[in-house]
Design a protein around this ligand. Structure first.
Ligand code: M6R
Length: 614
């Protein structure tokens, strides 16, 4: 976790660094810091709390300097505090470093350094790393670049680092293994970021460093990229960034989460634009076409993901089995990687991740590749590690998702997975043309139907006010809407801190029914397509125990509407596509409840947007 920013050039570095950190707060926000090169000295500002707190603290002092590095932290080693905040300075006072990742052998290195007289002032692995680099430099009497390289060959773990020497601040060294790092190439200036957002307004030319690479940056010189292991020079082409600034700003909404909920009609449309050709009755996905034979002959599909992305895999499990008749297993990346799974060469693995940086999903991919499986990635962030590590894939094109609670990334993942399920059904001959076309046509009008669901905003707000003080909430769904119950519960707990659980509705009577009394809100996802009559009975069971029922139903519902305490309607659609509509009121409900409870919706406590550590 954590976000890093750096700058070397002619401008005042501080505002660039601070604005960059604010854009990276989705990666962590428990403390932050900046180091500025000022007249041969390192000026350091560090503060516990959000970037704003550090900015105010720094503005009371001297913030000049045209080289600087900065960091926003999500604590791993040592609790959030001023002293554990980055940047960290070496004992000599010469080197200053920011780091995203975990140095796994930091304890052994720390002992070695202590034996050699080094002292530590924080509990972080990063302070060990900066001193280890200094130790190597002292021993080898070498340039910073060489010391960094030698040190990193002795380090195990994951890192993206950015370091400079106060005696040569015109040169910044960066390196990457397992954590993202992007260099922005300006005219007579260079930018560094954990992603490209910190420097979007300055340059669209960027180089994504690969694992095992390091680079030396000066304002005017060519970027010098080398392999850490061998010191061999690498020739890398710059990418043209496609993102624009507007897409990462709040655009009048109070929170990014609400903006992103409202962006869903557009995000879903963008995820099928150019792929779903409804008039011609075809789907064209180049990544899928390229590996059509592997998919056609697959014995099994394994989907791996974490969190909300895992929920989209669960939705896809129903669709792939229904339409393509391929057995599907859905695995948490974290479980898959550590349990010696059986992976055959004929298996296809689909890895799903908004950020494309989730450590457990990435480890699962590496394992599947080693076992000879073809790995297909579904990511939102272009150029992310997972996008690059997979054999083929499809971007979701939802645009930057900043709110920690995933919303538009989920619906666009489900859209892409739905198209894949339909196409595989066709490739494998499991589908009648009319069925295929009906689904295609209906998917093409889903964005309009999402817009319709969003009109229920005021009603959801009123319902939220009634239940904002609940201690527990139960979410029930069946079939393809069971994962939506899980997703609704996850949304509520992560941003409002209310305990919530999602269950397949029929499982309620195997345990959770014991929890139901007049204080228990039960959210029932009950569109008219699929298992509706069973859900009517489940609602009766809850009401018989005085539970409060909030039901998501299809327009024109006649049965559940009679017994539920509140109903929120979605437009009529085909059963397979209902998750794209039923999830929307649940996102809104969690949003309003969290806002009414005074929670910071975009930055829930203890969480970060991308979990790049295990
Ligand atoms: O970037 P990823 O999709 O790989 O992230 C996976 C989870 O960390 C993420 O979905 C998390 O559960 C969200 N906070 C849920 O809203």
């Amino acid at each position: 976790m954590c976000g890093i920013v750096g700058y070397v050039g002619d401008r005042n570095a501080f505002p660039i660094l601070v604005n960059g950190l604010k854009r990276l707060e989705y990666r962590g926000y428990d403390s932050s810091g900046v180091a500025l090169a000022q007249n041969g000295e390192i000026t350091l500002y560090k503060k516990q709390g959000m970037v704003k707190a550090m900015e105010e603290f720094a503005l009371a002092g001297d913030t000049s300097g045209s080289t600087g590095i900065a960091h926003t932290r999500w604590a791993t080693h040592g609790q959030p505090s001023d002293k554990n905040a980055h940047p960290h300075v070496s004992n000599s006072g010469n080197l200053v470093l920011v780091h995203n990742g975990i140095i796994e052998n930091y304890q052994a290195l720390k002992e070695l350094l202590q034996d050699n007289g080094f002292e530590f002032h924080s509990e972080t692995d990063t302070e060990v790393l900066v001193n280890f680099i200094q130790f190597i430099q002292d021993q080898e009497h070498c340039k910073l670049r060489k010391a960094v390289r030698i040190a990193l060959t002795q380090v195990t773990g994951a890192y993206a680092i950015c370091i400079y020497d106060k005696n040569k601040p015109e040169e910044v060294v960066v390196a990457k293994l397992g954590s993202p790092l992007v260099v922005g190439l300006g005219i007579n200036e260079k930018f560094i970021g954990s992603d490209a957002t910190p420097f979007l307004e300055y340059t669209k030319d960027a180089i994504y460093l690969e694992d095992g690479e390091m680079a030396t940056l000066t304002a005017k010189g060519e970027i010098d990229i080398r392999l850490i292991e061998s010191d061999r020079a690498v020739n890398t082409q710059a990418h043209k960034l496609q993102m624009d600034l507007e897409s990462i700003e709040k655009g009048g909404y109070d929170y990014f989460m609400m903006k992103e909920i409202y962006e869903q009609p557009r995000a879903i449309y963008d995820s099928f634009r150019g792929r779903l050709l409804a008039e011609q009755g075809i789907i064209k996905m180049s990544g899928l076409e390229e590996y059509a034979d592997r998919f056609r002959n697959a014995d099994r599909i394994i989907m791996t993901a974490c969190g909300t992305s895992w929920h989209s895999a669960l939705v896809a499990e129903y669709l792939f089995e229904e339409f393509a008749r391929i057995p599907v297993e859905v695995e948490y990346g974290s479980e898959f990687r550590y349990r010696n799974p059986i992976i055959h060469k004929n298996d296809v693995v689909i890895a799903i991740s908004q950020s494309g940086e989730t450590a457990d999903t990435l480890a699962a991919i590496k394992m599947a590749k080693e076992a000879g499986a073809m790995v297909f990635g579904i990511c939102n962030v272009p150029g992310s590690t997972i996008a690059r590590e997979t054999h083929a894939g499809a971007y979701t094109h939802a645009g930057p998702e900043i709110g920690v609670a995933s919303t538009k990334a989920f619906t666009s993942q489900v859209t892409v997975l739905t198209m894949m399920a339909l196409e595989l059904g066709k490739i494998r001959g499991e589908f009648s043309t009319s069925q295929y076309r009906a689904l295609l046509n209906e998917l093409s009008v889903i964005p309009k139907k999402v817009e319709k669901v969003l009109e229920s905003k005021e009603l959801v707000k009123e319902i939220s006010a009634l239940y904002k003080d609940a201690s527990n909430v139960l979410y029930l769904g069946r079939g393809v809407n069971f994962p939506i119950a899980l997703e609704g519960a996850l949304k509520l707990k992560e941003i409002s801190y209310i305990h919530a659980e999602g269950y397949p509705a029929a499982e309620m009577k195997h345990g959770p029914i014991a929890l139901i009394d007049e204080n228990m809100p039960v959210i029932v996802v009950a569109p008219n397509a699929g298992h509706y009559e069973k859900l009517v009975s489940n609602v009766q069971e809850v009401k018989a125990r005085h539970g409060k029922v909030i039901a998501v139903v299809t327009e024109g519902d006649t049965e559940i509407v009679q017994s539920a305490d509140h109903v929120i309607e979605i437009p009529e659609t085909l059963e397979a596509l209902t998750p794209l509509l039923t999830v929307i009121p649940l996102q809104l409900l969690s949003y309003y409840i969290a806002v009414m409870r005074g929670c910071d919706v975009d930055r829930p406590r203890n969480l970060a947007k991308s979990v790049t550590v295990e």
